[in-house]
Write a new protein. Structure first.
Length: 155
């Protein structure tokens, strides 16, 4: 298999894997033992420029930084894994911080089926103000039920 195909597959697999990591971390770490860092993200109408929750950016960036460091000299497998992790982080930032929470006022008119489903799933997650009873812990791949709801409500 040519290197570029393997490298591309690694980037894609790392990206997809990060959605699973984000889901697990959100459910069991952010809504678990590190709730104190995530709690302010669930407080209504805070509109703070920086939240304690933003510290998770550094936590999630650490594996990518390590993989870039290990694989940079020869562009080996860890480098391409780091590219996938970084791409997920960029996508997460655009969807979560820019589109959903409008921390910078762009993407406000995005209205595709995908964007409506993501927004609906995230609103469902945020209806719970405490760390218990949460749902919809993923970000980029909402459940099919939210696509169905978004399609139904668009009519």
């Amino acid at each position: 298999m040519p290197n570029w195909i393997l490298n591309t597959l690694l980037v894609i697999l790392a990206f997809i894997f990060m959605e699973a990591v984000a889901w697990l971390a959100h459910k069991y770490i952010m809504h678990g033992w590190l709730w104190r860092l995530h709690k302010d993200h669930h407080e209504p109408n805070t509109n703070k420029a920086i939240e304690h929750n933003d510290s998770f950016f550094l936590i999630f960036a650490t594996p990518a930084i390590v993989c870039f460091y290990i694989g940079f000299d020869d562009f080996s497998l860890p480098f391409w894994i780091a590219v996938g992790i970084t791409m997920y982080g960029i996508a997460y930032f655009f969807i979560h911080d820019l589109f959903i929470h409008q921390r910078i006022k762009i993407l406000r008119n995005a209205n595709s089926l995908y964007f409506r489903a993501v927004r609906r799933a995230h609103k469902t997650h945020h209806k719970h103000l405490g760390k218990e009873d949460g749902e919809c812990f993923g970000m980029l791949l909402p459940s099919l039920k939210y696509f169905k709801e978004a399609r139904k409500n668009a009519r």
